[in-house]
Design a protein around this ligand. Structure first.
Ligand SMILES: C[S@@+](CC[C@H](N)C(=O)[O-])C[C@H]1O[C@@H](n2cnc3c(N)ncnc32)[C@H](O)[C@@H]1O
Length: 240
């Protein structure tokens, strides 16, 4: 399988999970990605898009003032707004808080291949630039065993995040101490980098793990047969 544009991965994820609700943080030109996503109910957030989108405001304003009044949970969230690590981390936390239990978050620009591409601010006239989004993904890889995460090596790195489980990256480090050498020395494991031909396998494993975790979560606290079954499934998933 080849993936040349983020919309292809987003649609593959939407299609294989029968997703209905889509949120895009940072739309710019909707023709590029937003309009191409096949979901029934779509929401776009951008303070300065090239064409009008659903909410013309920053992601923080959206999550703090609008989202609390909406009853929707998102199946698929694409985070491609302000490419500064702390903001991307905040957007991801907010997306997780409003994600459906079987939902998926995708972060754009998680795999810069040159040091000068991943500066926090874009330099005037700079053609290739990813911001330091990768640091937000890396922090979650270090600190969140309750997530399933991998980065598809396509379109500057598409970071996929779902509820599930992962073996966290063993070193913990604040965002402000991460540098490009750290990424280069640990890229495969830190970003859990996979090639396009392995995408289907990883998506399948991720949805299986999310399914079992949701099941265990729902059954936890129940007594009798259900409680015992959830304990067994939990032990089985830990062994895998
Ligand atoms: C890289 S572009 C988005 C590209 C688009 N998602 C695509 O696939 O073509 C980044 C967009 O994020 C928007 N943006 C900047 N700061 C933002 C914020 N705090 N919240 C949401 N969007 C923001 C910018 O206005 C810009 O349009």
């Amino acid at each position: 399988m080849t993936i040349t544009h983020r919309a292809e991965l987003l649609n593959l994820i939407a299609y294989s999970n029968s997703y209905r609700t889509y949120l895009e943080i940072g739309v710019r030109n909707p023709q590029s990605t937003y309009n191409r996503i096949c979901c029934d109910q779509k929401t776009g957030v951008d303070p300065a898009p090239q064409m009008p989108c659903t909410y013309m405001m920053t992601s923080d304003e959206f999550f703090n003032t609008v989202q609390p009044h909406l009853s929707v949970r998102y199946d698929l969230v694409f985070i491609d707004g302000l490419h500064e690590a702390h903001q991307v981390y905040q957007d991801t936390e907010n997306a997780l808080a409003n994600l459906s239990s079987n939902g998926t978050i995708v972060l754009h620009d998680c795999n810069p291949t040159q040091k000068e591409h991943q500066t926090t601010k874009r330099k005037p006239g700079q053609k290739h630039w990813t911001g330091d989004t990768w640091k937000a993904f890396a922090l979650l890889r270090m600190t969140r065993p309750d997530l399933e995460m991998f980065t598809v090596n396509a379109d500057w790195g598409l970071g996929v995040i779902r509820l599930g489980k992962q073996k966290v990256f063993p070193t913990s480090m604040p965002i402000d101490e991460m540098d490009y050498d750290f990424l280069c020395n640990n890229r495969l494991e830190l970003m859990n980098l996979i090639e396009c031909e392995n995408v289907n396998k990883s998506l399948l494993r991720a949805s299986r793990s999310t399914f079992f975790n949701t099941l265990i979560y729902r059954m936890r606290g129940t007594t009798g047969v259900l409680g015992r079954a959830s304990k067994r499934i939990g032990q089985y998933m830990k062994r895998k």
